[in-house]
Ligand binder design. Structure first.
Ligand SMILES: O=C(O)C[C@H]1C=CC(=O)O1
Length: 92
């Protein structure tokens, strides 16, 4: 099942710099781990925003929720999920 996911990140400006650096390092490591699993095949930065557009390829909505909530930034993101279906006019 394919899902279009938009994540808008909002880390508090007054967060301790070391805590922020640690949080972002853990986020990068976990994001790379999920991508290497094949479940997160597309990750794009939205130009000019601290946000990304992603495609996830997972077996269920529960799996998607588990992956998203495993991200260290989960508590600092607004996440919008759009399920995708095949388009009848798509040329292969
Ligand atoms: O920076 C972001 O867009 C948020 C999040 C998604 C992947 C990652 O490493 O961090």
């Amino acid at each position: 099942m394919l899902f279009h996911v938009r994540m808008d990140v909002s880390v508090p400006h007054d967060m301790d710099p070391d805590a922020r650096a640690d949080l972002l390092a853990r986020e990068k490591a976990r994001a790379e781990e999920i991508q290497r699993s094949g479940k997160w095949p597309q990750l794009w930065r939205v130009v000019g925003e601290y946000a990304n557009i992603s495609i996830f390829d997972v077996d269920s909505t529960d799996e998607l929720h588990d992956l998203l909530s495993s991200l260290p930034l989960f508590g600092f993101m607004r996440i919008k999920v759009t399920p995708l279906a095949h388009h009848p006019s798509k040329v292969d």
